[in-house]
Design a protein around this ligand. Structure first.
Ligand SMILES: [Zn+2]
Length: 366
């Protein structure tokens, strides 16, 4: 498999390895969230410090360069990664000195991060004839003030320095950053690739889990990893688990709306592809997860996806028959199979919400 972390990355891994001896100042690797692109780029960044790499670009794992890179202590390798992405991957993250204690987890790259980078870039690489590598993720979520500092480094790149930027959404990367980088696209796995990989990892109900994660297999395994990570406190875990396919504020609004049960107002859910409204592609997976959790609660279990909503869910399902919940859950699965186009999806989601309202009123829908 070479350097690829996941089986669908072999081509991209080869492409990255081909740059090894001729690295540009900026490489921007982009592809949808949840397909493991950042994991490959981290593996690649580490491999660049291996003193005796194999022919396919995989690191030896034994040399000093490998050991330091693996321990996140290599002096020439820096990570400018948002807190939300750093924590689950064990990447060191230092919050700003004025951060409040009860704050939310940062999902963006903040101004203090590239500032620290400036000092780093003013020094020569520690390793003679070596390179400095900076991994940046998500390059499409850099706060405006922080972006200015980046641009300066990208415009006047210090010698022997390479930025490896990773973005989930290329359209949200500042054009000025994009234009200074070589672009590489990360291909999403096919349904079969994703499914067989999840099955090989022992994921239960892999088909269902993959569908609920909108065909992004790493979201499934990342969630499992976060759930099982005992080094993260409960509050942080809860926050990380809610950051999946959609922006947290949008997701919260949707969950709040769903908590209204039969009092839900379908006209309040404006769905469209774009930045402000709910993205169609993300709504159905949330509805499915919500419905799955309602069923779990009805059968006496705790909600799997939205544990924070346990009290609301208990109240909601108290007056609804289990068979109605099953029927609703099945109808969502059927809907998922026919969502092919945003226009079509809009209608389907409206229908899904209307059915939800009926179900929560313990009524049948046609
Ligand atoms: Zn090595």
């Amino acid at each position: 498999m070479g350097l690829a972390v996941y089986p669908w990355q072999e081509e991209l891994a080869r492409e990255l390895v081909s740059f090894r001896n001729n690295l540009p100042n900026g490489l921007l690797i982009y592809g949808p969230r949840g397909i493991g692109t950042i994991d490959l780029v981290v593996a690649y960044a580490k491999s660049l410090f291996c003193e005796h790499p194999h022919r396919d670009g995989t690191p030896c794992g034994e040399c000093k360069g490998c050991k330091m890179a693996n321990a996140f202590t290599h002096p020439d390798l820096r990570y400018v990664v948002s807190e939300a992405e750093a924590i689950p991957r064990g990447i060191p993250f230092e919050p700003p000195s004025n951060a409040s204690k009860d704050r939310k987890i940062y999902r963006e790259i903040l101004i203090h991060q590239p500032r620290e980078l400036t000092d780093f870039l003013n020094l020569a690489p520690h390793i003679e004839n070596g390179r400095r590598i900076i991994v940046v993720y998500p390059a499409d979520a850099i706060r405006a003030d922080a972006a200015a500092t980046f641009l300066k480094s990208l415009e006047e790149p210090p010698e022997r320095t390479t930025f490896l930027l990773v973005a989930d959404d290329i359209d949200r990367v500042l054009p000025t950053i994009r234009s200074r980088c070589r672009l590489l696209r990360a291909k999403a796995p096919t349904h079969e690739e994703a499914l067989s990989w999840l099955k090989a990892r022992g994921i239960r109900d892999a088909e269902e889990a993959l569908a609920r994660a909108a065909e992004r297999p790493c979201l499934v395994t990342d969630e499992e990893a976060i759930r099982q990570n005992t080094e993260i406190d409960a509050k942080t875990r809860e926050q990380l688990l809610t950051l999946t396919t959609m922006a947290p504020e949008i997701r919260l609004a949707l969950l709040k709306t769903l908590s209204q049960g039969s009092r839900i107002d379908p006209t309040k859910i404006a769905v469209k592809e774009g930045r402000t409204a709910l993205p169609v592609s993300a709504v159905l997976p949330v509805l499915e997860r919500w419905s799955y959790d309602l069923l779990a609660v009805k059968t006496g279990l705790e909600p799997h996806y939205f544990p924070a909503y346990s009290p609301q869910m208990k109240q909601l399902v108290a007056t609804v028959d289990a068979d109605k919940l099953f029927k609703y859950n099945d109808s969502l699965k059927a809907m998922r199979r026919v969502v092919t186009h945003p226009l079509n999806a809009q209608l389907i989601i409206e229908q899904a919400i209307l059915r939800y309202r009926k179900t929560m009123a313990n009524q049948n829908f046609d």
